[in-house]
Design a protein around this ligand. Structure first.
Ligand SMILES: [Zn+2]
Length: 75
């Protein structure tokens, strides 16, 4: 699969192909991403697999939830 550069949703600049390759769902360039403090907010949530009321606590591990931050046009 070959990635191609795409325009940044924030500044209109070019997102290099290498970044698109590494982060296929990215919409902003490296500079905008760092200015935003990261393009995504990542939450770690524990997966609870035991039933409610159970005395035994079973945690199935952790899942990460990635939420895209709103992209505001650069002033
Ligand atoms: Zn940008």
């Amino acid at each position: 699969m070959t990635s191609v550069p795409r325009p940044c949703a924030r500044c209109g600049g070019e997102i290099p192909a290498e970044r698109v390759e590494a982060l296929p769902d990215t919409q902003v360039c490296i500079r905008c991403s760092s200015e935003m403090g990261g393009e995504f907010d990542v939450y770690v949530v524990s997966e609870r697999i035991s039933k409610d009321g159970s005395l035994k606590k079973n945690y199935g591990g952790y899942a990460t939830k990635k939420v895209r931050k709103p992209i505001r046009p650069k002033e």
